[in-house]
Design a protein around this ligand. Structure first.
Ligand code: MSP
Length: 637
């Protein structure tokens, strides 16, 4: 049997799962299900990326070990995949023994063959993103081009991977395999990057503890990306199950977001060349989702929660929308209104109506049994040899939207067939009964095939349609090549049930408005006079130094400059900012609060922040900073 091994990126556990994560995984799920129905032997891997600075910091802030933290939070992803009906065959965590051993063995092998060597690394580093940023890629004022946060200059002893040695071979590979990176625009991007020259990469860190130790030199831990990329190999027995590895590795392909293609199309293949194993057959890069045309981010508070979307609109409409809405590879915009639009038109109107009308007519005109007729060929059956290859070609190119368009054209044609043949008129005419049977059989078959075609995208809906059609088999276990048109005369159908209730747009808009309006806060205070307010002295200050307070999980000790004097202030904002993020920030300080001792440190003032805490969500907190440059010490009133 032909093999098909596909992987999602492994997700950082410190993030709450959002539609970006859901999208990559649903896309892999749909193609895996499709390939299974085409007769491939499929292996679908997903997992979590659990090492690194952010986990270490979050665990410290919560006063627990990093292992305890990841043991808890990786479950968010496992739970989401259950809710999204993801058919992965394996789930790998980078803290698992099978992975750690593989990473160490690979590191040791590359060291032994001289492809990993010791040197010194100095560069600008983004702590939240755990990545060095080359000088030519830095944003204004030495900020991270991805997240915009300040970079810090780091220098450390480091191990380097001699990837540069394999660059010519990689270029040659890509020249010979133009579909190894998809879509074409990403292929071109990678080729020009490779041709611009690639330096050896630092693959170890001494600055953090939470990672896989370098074998034989334990003050270093292995760089998270070097560690993470290996998951694809450790999950299929690279280290201790050569047979399994030989079975799956030749057909490995990775689906990733466009932001991480360099790791997957440069770093990883260079590592594989050094290891002497074949390169991924395909790296498929998808675009990014914005939300109502804005970048999705925690600070904007517009992160779309897939759990919530599924609860509100149902799983299959959500899956359908993500895969149908954007041409794969391009960026897409998520809007609930667009989702509602698709539910009403594509799902309720086109597919739902076709099922309802057909089953009702079979019930009224043929007592619920699929009629037979002498010749089942029709304009619908004639479309089958067109639709199947169209869907196949689209799926081979991961063009989910094209595949769904082809299926919906077929569904649309079936609806039109009802309008053209007008079965309700045929029913009244004794001489047209054979034609009526022909119409009903064809509609039934169109639905049966549609249910199979949508199965990879909407598995539950496919099953529901199959059940209503009176088919006993599980559509997900069917094979496309065993489908025969006209096979089902005599099948007893069931009562039509609404698949997708229509959503009343006006009602929906009203509910949406109500959702937007925040509730009155519970902690509103009694009215005060201006003289009361005037008693609070607030001034512009700048954070000049940040220190941890060893005994405290929440507090930082900050040194702030008011221009006319410097002060020490304790602030409970450790969980929200790194020291680097705070250093240099202008803030508003309440300057006439009575000094107070916190964890042994005297605090002389209070920094103003705005915060919000919604039920079931992490608290959000932001510093108040002056909108323009204004001298330190300026009074706020
Ligand atoms: N841990 C690394 C991957 C290591 S793979 C060896 C990582 N994790 S991630 O959780 O940050 O991102 C995982 C995937 O989610 C990436 O493919 C990324 O492109 C995708 N998305 C994150 N935000 C996204 C959107 N807003 N839209 C679409 N996908 C996005 O990177």
């Amino acid at each position: 049997m032909e093999k098909f091994y596909i992987t999602t990126p492994i997700y950082y556990v410190n993030d709450i799962p959002h539609i970006g994560h859901a999208y990559t995984t649903i896309a892999c799920d749909a193609v895996s299900r499709y390939k299974r129905m085409k007769g491939f032997d499929v292996r679908f891997l997903t997992g979590t990326d659990e090492h690194g600075q952010k986990i270490q910091a979050a665990a410290e802030a919560q006063g627990i070990t990093p292992q305890a933290l990841v043991d808890k939070i990786h479950l968010n992803f496992k739970e989401l995949w259950k809710v999204l009906n993801i058919s992965n065959d394996d789930f790998i965590r980078t803290t698992e023994e099978r992975h750690i051993k593989t990473v160490q063995a690979i590191f040791a092998k590359l060291m032994e063959q001289g492809d990993i060597y010791k040197g010194t690394y100095s560069g600008y580093y983004c702590v939240p993103d755990e990545t060095y940023v080359p000088e030519n890629a830095m944003g204004p004022n030495k900020t991270c081009p991805d997240c915009g946060r300040p970079l810090i200059l780091m220098e450390e002893e480091s191990y380097f991977f001699r990837g540069s040695k394999y660059v010519p071979e990689l270029i040659r590979y890509y020249e010979e395999h133009v579909k190894a990176v998809m879509p074409k625009v990403r292929y071109n991007e990678i080729m020009s990057f490779l041709k611009g020259g690639v330096r050896d990469q630092s693959v170890s860190r001494t600055s953090l503890k939470w990672g896989i130790p370098v074998p034989g030199d334990e003050k270093h831990v292995i760089y998270v990306w070097f560690d993470a990329l290996i998951n694809y190999a450790s999950a299929v027995g690279y280290l201790d199950d050569p047979e399994k590895f030989r079975e799956w590795w030749p057909d490995v392909r990775h689906m990733v977001g466009k932001d991480i293609i360099r790791f997957h199309c440069v770093t990883w293949p260079l590592m594989l060349l050094a290891l002497g194993v074949n390169l991924p057959v395909e790296v498929i890069a998808h675009g990014w989702w914005t939300v109502d045309s804005e970048k999705m981010s925690k600070s904007r508070g517009n992160v779309v929660d897939p759990f919530r979307m599924v609860k509100k609109y149902g799983l299959d409409p959500f899956r359908y929308f993500l895969l149908r809405e954007v041409p794969f590879g391009l960026d897409g915009d998520f809007s609930e209104l667009a989702l509602v639009g698709r539910i009403n038109s594509d799902l309720a109107n086109d597919l739902g109506n076709l099922l309802n009308r057909t089953l009702q007519m079979i019930a009224s005109y043929r007592d619920g049994a699929v009629p037979s007729c002498s010749d089942s060929s029709s304009p619908l059956s004639q479309l089958v040899p067109e639709v199947l290859p169209r869907v196949d070609e689209a799926m081979n190119n991961y063009a989910y939207d094209e595949a769904l368009k082809a299926i919906w054209e077929f569904i649309g044609r079936a609806n039109k067939f009802i309008d053209e043949t007008m079965p309700w008129k045929l029913a009244k005419d004794e001489s047209q009964q054979e034609k009526l049977s022909w119409v009903l059989l064809n509609l039934y078959e169109a639905l049966r095939l549609s249910a199979l075609l949508i199965a990879p995208f909407m598995p539950d809906t496919s099953k529901r349609i199959y059940a209503q059609l009176g088919q006993d088999s599980d559509p997900l276990k069917c094979r496309y090549d065993s489908f025969v048109w006209g096979d089902c005369a005599g099948t007893k159908t069931h009562k039509a049930e609404v698949l997708f209730p229509r959503i009343d747009i006006e009602e929906w808009k009203k509910a949406k408005e109500a959702e937007k309006k925040p509730e009155k806060p519970a902690d509103t205070q009694p009215e005060i006079g201006i003289e009361d307010f005037g008693k609070v002295e607030m001034r512009v200050a700048q954070v000049v130094h940040v220190e941890e307070i060893p005994r405290s999980k929440k507090l930082y000790k900050l040194e702030v400059d008011l221009g006319y004097e410097k002060r020490t202030v304790c602030s409970g904002i450790k969980a929200f900012f790194t020291p680097e993020e705070l250093t240099g920030k202008r803030v508003i300080l309440v300057t006439n609060l009575k000094p107070v001792k916190l964890c042994g440190v005297e605090s002389n003032g209070m920094i103003l922040c705005a915060s919000v805490k919604h039920e079931g969500k992490a608290e959000q907190l932001t510093l108040l900073t002056p909108e323009k440059d204004i001298p330190l010490g300026s009074r706020v009133s």
